[in-house]
Design a binder for this molecule. Structure first.
Ligand code: HEM
Length: 414
């Protein structure tokens, strides 16, 4: 792992310290060419996002897309455009049902969790809320069931998991871990991920090939008839993996809200109200809380050829061919040139300013899905009196991956 990667992983774990450091550096420089090139200014981060052909998403030898070609790792090409358009179409035609699926899943998992919530009692929200919500939502929204064509529950020999929900969760966990780990991945993770990808792809292909797959994105892609079955399997797996970011984002968002009791109480009030207007207002809290701890403090880019950033400005910086550039959406959202009073929590900022979902050609395809699911997750959980009044919990990490978020239930309503 490069020193730059290591630094970025370590720093991401302490959001408050990282924010302070970024704000300090921004007073002097917005591009820092030390141990790689760190891009911290809003205009400069946007510039890198926009110049996607020179500053590429993937390293030339990137082998992390274990499920096969998927738009997330592709450069611009006719194949990329075709796939992105087809996926956008299949996702968008599920827009009407999104809120219902998300709401159902969140309420279901929150109800299961409610039995465990007591003032002062500890619970791991990753294992008990976030993972089940993300897995069940993926299964229902994409139309990938936990059973095979004969109704037999799918298991995983490799991960030694019981059949059903756990298996889908396990595949997504291992394949997600490989994407964020360095190259080569440590502790045999590479082999485990290869085998998980094989199992997962076989299941996706089997579902895509069914005469009547369950309703969802996979079935709609089949009806559209533009992508080959193997492309459908790789793409739906890729979408489900990309969507796992929702889980990490939810925990970071919640943590930042719980650190601010006034904001937490207002957000919990909106959750209890639960009208469409209040849900939309709550989304403002979600996006703003994520500004203080976004899921991607840094995103990597590689210079396809030698180039210059911020040409003609004080920040002008040369980047050599094949060199890595780390851009920081987090720093960009703390930049006082664009975010007025960046240290203040303001849930009513213009939403277009946020860079959680990137910008430019590779802008997130699922921003509206993520916003919808995050809102429903927040509504169902913050309504619970012991969570709506809780103190912040404690994160544990395995490498760059969050492995638990334990918090103690608050006192609840007085
Ligand atoms: C809070 C949750 C999410 C966040 C913060 C997020 C953020 C991002 C970011 C920053 C990028 C650009 C990456 C880069 O340029 O380096 C991206 C790309 C992408 N995201 Fe998301 N995402 C989230 C959820 C989702 C979901 C639910 C989906 C499912 C549809 C999704 C699908 C994608 C896809 C397909 C791309 C690649 C687009 C392309 O390369 O053209 N994301 N996302």
């Amino acid at each position: 792992m490069l020193l730059g990667d290591l630094l970025s992983v370590q720093m991401t774990r302490d959001a408050a310290r990282l924010r302070a450091l970024m704000r300090l550096i921004q007073r002097f420089r917005r591009i820092v060419p030390v141990f790689g090139t760190w891009v911290l200014g809003n205009a400069q981060v946007r510039e890198v996002f926009e110049r996607d052909t020179e500053l590429r998403f993937g390293a030339p030898s990137d082998t992390k897309m274990k499920l096969g070609p998927f738009i997330l790792g592709m450069d611009d090409s006719p194949q990329y455009r075709r796939q992105k358009e087809e996926l956008r179409r299949a996702l968008r035609s599920g827009e009407g049902g999104l809120q219902q699926v998300a709401r159902e899943v969140c309420e279901e998992v929150a109800a299961e969790l409610a039995n465990e919530l007591r003032p002062g009692r500890e619970v791991d929200l990753l294992a008990r809320y976030v993972d089940p919500v993300v897995t069940r939502f993926s299964s229902r929204f994409y139309g990938v069931p936990f059973d095979d064509a004969h109704g037999k529950a799918v298991g995983s020999e490799l991960l030694d998991l019981e059949a059903g929900e756990q298996v889908l969760g396990g595949w997504l966990r291992v394949l997600g871990a490989i994407i964020v780990s360095g190259t080569p991945a440590p502790f045999g993770l590479e082999e485990v991920a290869d085998a998980a990808a094989e199992e997962f792809l076989a299941h996706l292909k089997e579902v895509a090939a069914r005469e009547a797959p369950p309703p969802g994105v996979i079935a709609r892609l089949g009806q559209q008839g533009e992508l080959e079955p193997s492309e459908i399997a790789s793409s739906v797996g890729g979408l489900m993996l990309a969507g796992r970011t929702v889980g990490r984002s939810f925990l970071f968002m919640l943590h930042q809200l719980l650190r601010r009791p006034d904001q937490r109480d207002r957000a919990a009030g909106l959750a209890r109200g639960g009208t469409d207007v209040e849900r939309d207002e709550l989304l403002g809290y979600v996006l703003e809380a994520l500004r203080f701890q976004p899921p991607f403090a840094f995103l990597p880019r590689y210079a396809a050829r030698a180039t210059t950033l911020a040409t003609g400005t004080e920040e002008e910086t040369r980047v050599g061919a094949n060199r890595k550039v780390l851009i920081s959406p987090m720093a960009a959202m703390l930049d006082p040139l664009v975010f007025d009073q960046p240290d203040d929590f303001n849930p009513y900022r213009e939403r277009e300013l946020y860079l959680h979902y990137a910008t430019g050609r590779h802008v997130c395809l699922g921003d509206w899905i993520a916003n919808g699911v995050l809102t429903e997750m927040a509504v169902a959980l913050l309504r619970e009196p012991t969570i709506g009044s809780a103190e912040p919990g404690v994160f544990r990490y395995r490498g760059p991956i969050v492995s638990s978020y334990r918090l103690a239930g608050g006192k609840g309503a007085p």
